[in-house]
Design a binder for this molecule. Structure first.
Ligand SMILES: [Ca+2]
Ligand SMILES: [Ca+2]
Ligand SMILES: [Ca+2]
Length: 305
């Protein structure tokens, strides 16, 4: 299957065709948005259009993400350990969670994403939870100064960038890490809204220590900043997690102080992303498929195992 850097005549030809079809669909969507403001930011309409686009032009599973900025000292999580329920087609292709990050800015969500699926046969994931487990091949991830990992989902602001702290479309994600694939430690994610009204659940501040909250500005096609700036939320967006955070180790599965301290000392290998809805958290009723979408995850301090 062609990767992000794969180039030949047919690929370029397909790319132009894809671009033309995408441009026409985006034009049509913007026209609809202009005519009817209620359509604006309607993920369902957008996804339906894009799904149609995928059916028309992306049957060969080519990456939508063009990588011009490659990582030197940091790394994408680049290996799928478990993607329960994945069909490897369209938004159900987990390769889109390891192929690179193509954020679409504050007011729209990237389509270069894997929508978390579930299965009753999961082993690393909990059974029937919408989930994905990744690793960085042959590496482990250490705690270092500040944020250690950034998760890039595809949330976006409702009502423009100026309204972004008041209203967002979000599909929150629970993050957990493990060094053995059995015991998992997380950051104790909490919903702190006073109720579960749409107004409150769309406020980003009500979602503490989840991924899938901050819009994605980082895009490997046209990134103009440094590699270190990927870990600056004001430049790159995304949801940063620090192993040194006092909340780390306060949630998970089989997590205790021994396991937590082992991770802090020796690093972790496996990263588990679970859609919050699978653990009983409230969800935005306008969510198209009631699951989160992963564009990619980056770790900062990596070393050989
Ligand atoms: Ca840290
Ligand atoms: Ca999403
Ligand atoms: Ca991606």
């Amino acid at each position: 299957m062609p990767g992000p850097n794969y180039k030949n005549y047919n690929y370029n030809k397909m790319n132009y065709k894809n671009l033309l079809i995408k441009a026409l669909l985006w034009g049509f969507f913007l026209f609809l948005s202009f005519c009817n403001p209620s359509v604006q930011n309607n993920k369902e309409s957008l996804l339906l259009l894009l799904l149609n686009n995928q059916n028309i032009s992306n049957n060969n599973n080519q990456s939508l993400c063009e990588i011009n900025f490659s990582l030197q000292n940091t790394s994408l999580f680049n290996k799928i350990i478990e993607a329960p329920g994945a069909t490897y087609s369209g938004f159900k292709d987990p390769n889109k969670a390891i192929n690179g990050i193509c954020g679409a800015g504050k007011t729209s969500g990237s389509t270069d994403v894997y929508s978390l699926q579930s299965s009753s046969n999961s082993t690393y994931c909990k059974q029937n939870e919408k989930c994905l487990v990744l690793e960085i091949e042959n590496k482990k991830i250490l705690d270092g100064p500040g944020i250690d990992i950034v998760v890039f989902e595809n949330p976006f602001c409702y009502g423009g960038e100026n309204n972004c702290n008041n209203a967002r479309f979000m599909e929150p994600v629970i993050l957990e890490v493990s060094y053995d694939g059995n015991n998992w430690c997380g950051w104790n994610p909490q919903y702190i809204g006073s109720d579960t009204s749409l107004t409150n659940l769309r406020k980003p501040m009500n979602w503490q220590r989840f991924a899938g909250i901050e819009p994605v500005l980082f895009n490997q096609k046209n990134w103009q900043y440094s590699e270190n700036d990927i870990f600056d939320p004001s430049k790159a967006g995304g949801d940063g997690f620090d192993l040194g955070d006092s909340n780390f180790g306060q949630s998970g599965e089989g997590c205790n102080s021994t396991i937590k301290n082992q991770i802090l000392t020796n690093g972790f290998i496996y990263l588990r992303l679970t859609s919050a809805v699978s653990r009983g958290f409230i969800y935005d009723s306008s969510s198209f498929d009631q699951t989160a979408d992963i564009d990619g995850v980056i770790a900062r301090y990596i070393t050989n195992r």
